[in-house]
Design a protein around this ligand. Sequence first.
Ligand code: NAP
Length: 262
Amino acid sequence: MSAIPAVLITGASTGIGAAYAERFARRGHDLVLVARNVERMETLAQRLRQETGAAVDIVPADLTRTTDLAKIETRLRDDARIGILVNNAGTAIGGQFIEQNVDDMTRLVALNATALVRLSSAVAPRFAGAGEGAIVNISSVVGVAPELGMTVYGATKAFVLFLSQGLAHELGPKGVYVQAVLPAITRTEIWDHVGADVDSMGEVMEVSDLVDAAMIGFDRREAVTIPSLHDAGLWDVHDGARQALLGNFVNALPADRYRALA
Ligand code: NAP
């Protein structure tokens, strides 16, 4: 891996991914941009090459398609210059569970969950072997909020959070940093895709604020970064309650409340 590793960013044509591309290029990293819209990535790449001198490659891919995904997996496996993977590409679908089309749900899971597993799996052995590298996974606060009614989307984001935490435990001791970023409402086109008017929502974060904050969490090597959460102690309480459960799950006998009354 080079002294300043290249960064592969999925979903880099717009929104949060494009902001990550900008931030890393300004820090001196070369980039590999992945998304479907080549024209948008070309425009971004040209500007970043000009303004920062970064080398920017564009690899068009629809990450719900096995052949496209395989192309990115190969790149991650073979290109030793890539030392940071930002798993950002994701989407959402509107409506309630019973209104949603099951094929749309399946594509959502493929993009938001399966692609992350495959891309992380492609790169993790190389990073672990090198004893360095970083994987940034974009989850969502929806992933800890089943009450919000974005059930399948939220489930994929809970998956991303768990995947990140599990990978942090497995890869951290091998020198690989894994970060889960949980944005709340951020002003991007994702809201157009679910048919929601982001301007009608309160407390909308701008993409630049979100990514700047996430990069501070990255520099601090945080496992979980929640830019919109002002009281960080609340997450510690949440995680502490979860950890308190761990020592209590494994018992040979069912709890008293599940034993038949004599
Ligand atoms: P966005 O503006 O809609 O951008 C999504 C990006 O993903 C685009 O670059 C898009 O590019 C790419 N993408 C979509 N489908 C793809 C596919 N099949 N294959 C490859 N790339 C694909 O959304 P965003 O808000 O920046 O979302 C980025 C991440 O943040 C997502 O994981 C999202 O769930 C998460 N997030 C967003 C918010 C929010 O409020 N905005 C909150 C929490 C979490 P192409 O269309 O060119 O392929």
